[in-house]
Design a binder for this molecule. Sequence first.
Ligand code: ADP
Ligand code: MG
Length: 238
Amino acid sequence: MATVDLDSVKKRFGTTEVLHGITTSIEDGEFIVIVGPSGCGKSTLLRMVAGLESVSSGEIRIGDKRVNEVEPMDRDIAMVFQNYALYPHMSVRQNMGYGLKIAGLSKEKIESKVQEAAKLLQLGEYLDRRPKQLSGGQRQRVAMGRAIVRQPSVFLFDEPLSNLDAKLRVQMRVEIKELQYKLGITSLYVTHDQVEAMTMADRMIVMNAGVAEQIGSPLDVYEKPDTLFAAQFIGSPS
Ligand code: ADP
Ligand code: MG
């Protein structure tokens, strides 16, 4: 259970500012989609929430803790990427349990958590397979399973479906949302795909060149775009 607060978050690489002050409060259990064109700063913002990039100014809090004050191992966050690199020499079971093994959990604990996640993701029959014996969608589910077994309070997704074909992408959108309903984990989901954003978001952050042009529900953004960019990017008729 966690809220995520962004308070005037800025990011500079050297002298170049790439995020110009993002502010929003994400409620516990909300599914927020950060959407915008390539290079607008989506991944940088997500990596900052994960504590993988420093915050140049402003503040990011998860619950009541500032992200940069929490040790990496204690961060209650799981991330799913586009290039979800599973270990090719390990079975699905080992891939899903690897993080728990590193964290020192017992074999029995790991097996029960892996079983639980596998059931949720319909991977029960595939636990002994290697990644190369799986379809693209199944591999992406293993990557999600690896994240879920840790029972994080916050889920971060960075374009997780970009490498999948169009049909599978649509199916996985539905699966991710179903998972979200079941688990209720606060989620930040990055995509450059407007349709993905519109169909998945509770609220969306429409980003352009390091600025949040609008933050609101898909319906709000569609019917009442705040800026010309939001209108054109989301494709509303106004
Ligand atoms: P997006 O994910 O929306 O495509 P990014 O967050 O990856 O955008 O990048 C935002 C901007 O920050 C881009 O101009 C990119 O070149 C720049 N950038 C990202 N990471 C670094 C880095 N480590 N060093 C310098 N510039 C970076
Ligand atoms: Mg990116």
